[in-house]
Design a protein around this ligand. Structure first.
Ligand SMILES: [Zn+2]
Ligand SMILES: [Zn+2]
Length: 267
């Protein structure tokens, strides 16, 4: 499914012109199990971390790993989830002066968080600056009992591939009704569901969130609707099984100078 989407042999703009205005660009990450280097874009791989900056940890009270709900963990090191270099994702706008995006999270269950997901933290960096100060060599990793298996991504290389996609849950209800007969016809013709025909429900940057449930777009503290930055979803190579179908979706507000971000999770 994931590979096929990038090279689909039909043009939905032609087949369903009403969808054309809702088309968005997204960059599929297409993770593959491997040994990415610290200077490469990756999912779950090592990240370029400045030697003079302590590795982040999470000490949120009550966070726990299955089955120890009654016996919460203490402070645990966060784990790398995503690293993307600007040169690999040309369609992503990096904040001025930065060219590396890093997402780490605490791989535990957080009772205070909506849906108890892993707790993501986002960093924007400048590769040359990190290289000039030197990189942190000894990066701690969580020990037994300090992580949830499903929040520990397997190291994967990525093959960022820009494609067009169309909304899934973000398709307005009325339009969904109107288009239903034509979409059904296409589903039969191509032998796949609309979500496979039109939507990239996978690891990606930009475009529509890969959510499996009704949209829950966050607003920043000043009331701006945030933009979808990236989706992390379970895929075989990534070896994460975040609930039945769920993913973690990270959102960013570019209207606020401090670039606030937040996340959503569905399961
Ligand atoms: Zn935590
Ligand atoms: Zn804002």
């Amino acid at each position: 499914m994931t590979q096929g989407f990038a090279g689909r042999p039909y043009d939905l703009d032609d087949l369903v012109p009403e969808l054309a205005v809702l088309r968005r660009r997204t960059t599929l990450l297409l993770p593959k199990s491997g040994s990415p280097g610290v200077g490469e874009s990756s999912l779950g791989g090592p990240v370029l971390w400045p030697a003079d900056e302590p590795w982040p940890s999470c000490g949120q009270q009550g966070h726990w790993a299955w089955p120890d709900e009654k016996n919460p963990a203490g402070t645990v090191p966060m784990v790398p989830v995503v690293q993307l270099f600007a040169r690999d994702v040309p369609e992503l706008t990096f904040p001025e002066g930065t060219d590396v995006l890093q997402l780490l999270w605490c791989p535990l269950i957080h009772p205070q968080d909506q849906a108890c997901a892993a707790l993501p933290k986002l960093f924007w960096r400048t590769e040359a600056d990190v290289l000039s100060t030197g990189t942190l060599q000894a990066i701690p990793s969580p020990q037994e009992g300090e992580y949830e298996e499903e929040f520990m991504p397997n190291p994967c290389t990525v093959s960022p591939t820009p494609v067009a996609e169309y909304p899934n849950w973000d398709l307005p209800q009325e339009l969904r009704q109107t288009l239903r007969p034509r979409i059904q016809e296409l589903e039969e013709r191509f032998g796949m569901d609309y979500t496979l025909l039109a939507c990239a429900l996978q690891n990606k940057v930009g475009g529509y969130p890969a959510w499996n449930q009704p949209p829950d777009w966050p607003l920043c503290a000043r009331g701006h609707r945030m933009e979808h930055l990236l989706s992390i979803t379970p895929e075989e190579d990534l070896d994460m099984d975040m609930g039945d179908l769920g993913g973690v979706y990270v959102f960013l507000c570019r209207a606020c100078p401090e670039l606030p971000y937040t996340h959503r999770y569905d399961c």
